[in-house]
Design a protein around this ligand. Structure first.
Ligand SMILES: NC(=O)c1ccc[n+]([C@@H]2O[C@H](COP(=O)([O-])OP(=O)(O)OC[C@H]3O[C@@H](n4cnc5c(N)ncnc54)[C@H](O)[C@@H]3O)[C@@H](O)[C@H]2O)c1
Ligand SMILES: [Zn+2]
Length: 386
C-alpha cells in the first residue's frame, strides 16, 4: 500500500489521528477501521445518502462486515436542507434502536452534509462515540472532514448548532471523485485555491499547476493515468496538511486570535461568499462557487487598498480561469449583498472582519472599520458588474 498519510495531533485536546489518501481503497476500509478503532468496537452505523450509497455503499459495507463489524446503514435525504434537527433526531433514534454502545462507531460516507450530520451525532450520542470519515466530495476531502467541526443548520442559522468532535481517522479514496458532478468538483477546487492563497506560494503553485494540467472539465477521463492519480494524491496531501496545521494550533477557533496562522484565516473568501449565498437563498451557488467569488473580491479589495500587488491579483484570476466559468453574479443587487454582510456569523460583536491578502501566502485580518466605505463600495460595485 503506497498511500499518503497526514498525521493530525491536536495541541488543545492532545487527540491524534491519521488522514490516509490513496486510490482503490474503499474495499480495504474494514481493515483500515480495525486499525483506527478500539478492539471493543462491535457495531458500526454507516451514515450516507441513497445516491452515494448506490455508488459506494455495498463495497464499503462488505468490507466492514468482512472485518467482523456488525453494520447498520442510515441513509439521510440528499442536500443541505436536510442537515437539520429532524435528520439528527432520526439518526440518533436509529443509533439508539440498534443499541450502539460507547465503544461503537459511526462512519460518515459522503460529502460535507453527511459528514457534518454524522459527526454531530457521534459527538452527542452517549456524550461522544468514535467517528470515521470517508469523504466522497473534494470539499469534504480537503476541508470539512479535517478539523473536527460538526453541526447542523436550524432557524438560528447555518451551522450554528454544533460541536467539535475529532474523528478517529479519515480515509480519502480519490476514485470516488470520478462520479462527482462537475460543479461540485469546481466548488471543491475553489476551496483548494483558497488554501493555496492563504498558506504559501508552494501550495498555491501546486494547486495552480494541477489545474492547468488537469482542468476539471472531463475530469473522469484522467483516472486511467497513473501520473494523474499520483499528482492528485500529492495535491490532496498538501491541501490536507495545510488545513491540519492550522487546526492543530487553533482547534477551537479562538475569538481573540487574528494572526496569519489562526483558524480564522480559513474564512478567506467567505465574507462575500456567505453574503452571495444568502441573497440567492442558498439555491443559486454551490458554497465553493460563492467562495470563489469571495476570493477574487478579497483580492480586488486588497488591491484597491494598496496592500496587494496587481500581479498577484492576476495570478489568482488566472487560476480561476483554468477552473472554468462560475455562475454569473451580474443580476445580484449590491444593496442586498451589503445588508447580508451583517448576518455573517463570523461577525465579532458589531465589527465585520475581512481576511485580505498582502501577498499570496500572506493573509491579513482587517476589521471593516479599517476599510474606507468609499473604496469598499466602489470595489464591490465594480466587482458585481463585471
Ligand atoms: N465541518 C466543517 O469544517 C465544514 C467545512 C466546510 C464545509 N462544511 C459543510 O459541508 C457541506 C458541503 O459539503 P459538500 O460540498 O461536500 O456538499 P454535499 O455533501 O451536499 O455533496 C454535494 C453533492 O454531491 C453528491 N455526492 C457526494 N459525493 C459524491 C460522489 N462521489 N459521486 C457523486 N455524487 C456525490 C451529494 O449527494 C450531493 O448531492 C455544507 O453543509 C457545509 O456547511 C463543513
Ligand atoms: Zn467554505
Amino acid at each position: 500500500m503506497r498511500d499518503k498519510s497526514v498525521s493530525v495531533k491536536l495541541t488543545d485536546s492532545s487527540h491524534k489521528y491519521t488522514i490516509q489518501i490513496g486510490h482503490n481503497r474503499l474495499k480495504f476500509c474494514g481493515e483500515w477501521a480495525i486499525s483506527r478503532l478500539s478492539e471493543k468496537t462491535a457495531k458500526i452505523v454507516i451514515v450516507s445518502n441513497a445516491k452515494i450509497f448506490r455508488l459506494y455503499g455495498s463495497i464499503v459495507q462488505k468490507s466492514f462486515e468482512k472485518a467482523g463489524f456488525e453494520v447498520f446503514v442510515f441513509l439521510m435525504k440528499d442536500g443541505e436542507k436536510h442537515k437539520n434537527l429532524r435528520s439528527l433526531e432520526n439518526l440518533l433514534k436509529f443509533i439508539s434502536e440498534n443499541k450502539l454502545a460507547r465503544t461503537d462507531a459511526i462512519v460518515a460516507l459522503g460529502g460535507g452534509v453527511v459528514g457534518d450530520l454524522a459527526g454531530f451525532a457521534a459527538a452527542v450520542y452517549l456524550r461522544g462515540i468514535a467517528l470515521l470519515q470517508i469523504p466522497t466530495t473534494l470539499l469534504a476531502m480537503i476541508d470539512s472532514s479535517v478539523g473536527g467541526k460538526t453541526g447542523i443548520n436550524s432557524d438560528l442559522g447555518k451551522n450554528l448548532i454544533g460541536a467539535f468532535h475529532q474523528p478517529n481517522g479519515v480515509l480519502i479514496d480519490i476514485e470516488t471523485l470520478k462520479t462527482l458532478p462537475h460543479r461540485e468538483l469546481v466548488a471543491g477546487f475553489c476551496e483548494a485555491i483558497k488554501h493555496g492563497a492563504i498558506s504559501n506560494r508552494q501550495l498555491f503553485d501546486k494547486t495552480a499547476d494541477f489545474l492547468m494540467n488537469y482542468p476539471p472539465k472531463n475530469f473522469r477521463n484522467y483516472f486511467s493515468d497513473e501520473n494523474f492519480l499520483s499528482k492528485l494524491e500529492n495535491l490532496l496531501a498538501a491541501q490536507v496538511s495545510f488545513k491540519a496545521e492550522i487546526v492543530m494550533n487553533d482547534e477551537r477557533e479562538s475569538a481573540d486570535r487574528t494572526d496569519a496562522k489562526s483558524r480564522k484565516i480559513l474564512n478567506f473568501g467567505h465574507t462575500l461568499g456567505h453574503a452571495l449565498e444568502k441573497v440567492t437563498d442558498y439555491e443559486y451557488f454551490k458554497h465553493g462557487e460563492a467562495v470563489g467569488y469571495g476570493i477574487l473580491f478579497a483580492a480586488e479589495l486588497s488591491k484597491t487598498l494598496e496592500i496587494l500587488d496587481e500581479n498577484e491579483v492576476r495570478l489568482l484570476n488566472d487560476v480561476f480561469h483554468n477552473l472554468g466559468k462560475l455562475p454569473s453574479v451580474k443580476n445580484i443587487e449590491i444593496e442586498k449583498v451589503v445588508q447580508a454582510f451583517s448576518f455573517d456569523k463570523k461577525n465579532i460583536g458589531q465589527t465585520l472582519q475581512w481576511i485580505l491578502l498582502k501577498r499570496i501566502g500572506e493573509p491579513v485580518i482587517l476589521s471593516s472599520e479599517e476599510i474606507s466605505p468609499k473604496s469598499f463600495q466602489k470595489t464591490l460595485k465594480k466587482f458585481l458588474q463585471t
